[in-house]
Design a protein around this ligand. Structure first.
Ligand code: EPZ
Length: 428
């Protein structure tokens, strides 16, 4: 398993471009199961997107990737089963459940199982599909779903589930009648998916609000679509500039998609400027400690929590970071402590007392965003940090070490075997 070796202490300065959003690409690629010739651009070269492409091919689709364009036609069906071997590597594979059921009347998808950040149930996906008329059973670790024809209805989601909202919205597109999804998640990636579906003939209003109304149509045709920029990647690079006392500008992004992050960075004393499609942060002095509470969009994103904990580890004063979305998303704290961070975890709160300096150390990544937090801490730390199990990073960050090197980071990938997609060459 590859690791990343960082020699910290350099203030990062310069510009990087945002890649396409992984969490928009995954549901959008899965939605091609609903039919037609689709070409999706600005698709990030990350392992999770490659895994979704492989899954679609297993189901029978033709998938062609050229640069950041992916052309897909899923009108041929070979299978309606998403196998455990693949689903266990990417829980977002559950996103094929709604489209398969809606298009082909059946789906067999391995239960994703838990992951490092929590139990991650899919009960709300299943309850919503059952309300649409699907017969759902769990057999030998697989979700088995069947439906002659899905029928529109009102669905209330007990929690604003992102992929649950996406699964139900996709299934409702070709259900009979009208579906109203209440307490829907409001993330920009859901809006991006809805825009792609509407281009293909779907009738959807309210995406981005907590009530989404879908009027079913007979079938969807293909369309072209450009994926929105990755707001979590943008926030990660802004914190890379902040944590090293540098000045970083991220271009090709949507500042309105990460308002809560920009507000919190400003609250900590950082100079944050934004224009139509770029955001820049100028650290100047050490940030001061602030309190942060993760919430569903438009609140502070849970996917930025580990990065914020890393930043607060070198802030002046004390911060309280409260994680309200997932039940165990502080695994990075133990590793940050190895670097000298002063953090106390009390239930779903991390109390961080900032230190002037962290010290480099060998640390281990446990999930995608935790590994990003460890890389950020390594960039700021004195000495060398080696982040192992960096395949977690390759799942969601495109060419991270290359982009950081463009900003002046001393960072190398130590190849010890599996090559992550993230190691591709290219411009920043
Ligand atoms: C999506 O995961 C993202 N993944 C996650 O990003 C992100 O952290 C999460 O939303 C929250 O924003 C993708 O979009 C591919 P949820 P998802 O369903 O949809 C509970 C990353 O790093 N819940 O919104 O799986 C659940 O336990 C990844 O890019 C149920 O109880 O998250 C959690 O507490 C990590 N039952 C809360 O809802 C369900 O059926 C939110 O989960 C579904 C969810």
């Amino acid at each position: 398993m590859d690791s990343i070796v960082i020699t910290g202490g350099n203030p990062l300065c310069g510009e990087v471009r945002a890649s396409g959003a992984k969490n928009a690409a995954l549901p959008i690629l899965a939605s091609t199961i609903l039919g037609g010739d689709c070409t999706v651009s600005n698709v990030p070269h990350v392992v999770d997107v490659r895994t979704m492409g492989r899954l679609l091919e297993i189901l029978g689709a033709s998938v062609k990737q050229e640069g950041d364009h992916v052309s897909i036609n899923a009108d041929r069906l070979l299978s309606t089963e998403a196998p455990y071997e693949l689903v266990k590597t990417m829980r977002a594979s559950v996103l094929v459940l709604g489209p398969l059921l809606a298009r082909w009347g059946e789906a067999t998808v391995s239960l994703p199982g838990g992951c490092a950040i929590g139990s991650r149930p899919v009960n709300l996906h299943l309850a919503g599909l059952a309300k649409l008329g699907a017969e759902i059973s769990i057999e030998h670790g697989y979700i088995k779903a069947k439906a002659q024809k899905l029928r529109g209805t009102r669905i209330y989601c007990d929690a604003p589930t992102v992929t649950g909202t996406e699964n139900l919205m996709m299934a409702a597109c070709v259900a009979e009648g009208i579906t109203v999804i209440e307490n829907a998640a409001k993330e920009p990636e859901i809006v991006d998916l809805a825009e792609f579906l509407v281009k293909r003939g779907a009738r959807i209003v309210g995406a981005g609000t907590d009530i989404i109304t879908v009027e079913g149509v007979a079938a969807l045709h293909g369309a072209d679509h450009r994926i929105i920029p990755d707001r979590i990647e943008v926030g990660t690079y802004l914190i890379a500039g902040a944590i090293t006392g540098g000045e970083v500008r991220v271009e090709g992004c949507r500042p309105d998609h990460l308002e809560a992050v920009l507000i919190k960075l400003r609250e900590s004393g950082l100079d944050v400027a934004e224009d139509r499609d770029s955001v820049s942060v100028k650290a100047g002095r050490r940030p001061h400690g602030i309190d942060v509470r993760t919430c569903p969009y438009p609140g502070f994103p849970t996917d930025m929590q580990a990065q914020m904990v890393a930043l607060m580890s070198v802030a002046q004063g004390t911060s309280v970071i409260t994680e309200t979305v997932f039940e165990s998303r502080f695994i990075h704290v133990e590793e940050l402590r190895r670097m000298g961070a002063n953090i106390r975890v009390e239930g779903n709160r991390a109390v961080v007392t900032g230190r002037e300096r962290l010290t480099g150390a060998p640390v281990m990544a446990s999930d995608l965003r935790a590994s990003a937090g460890l890389v950020l801490a390594g960039l700021a730390a004195e000495g060398v940090t080696e982040v192992s199990r960096v395949y977690h990073l390759d799942r969601g960050y495109e060419r991270m070490e290359e982009k950081l090197r463009c900003l002046g980071a001393v960072i190398e990938r130590k190849k010890t075997g599996m090559d992550g997609v993230g190691a591709r060459k290219g411009t920043c």
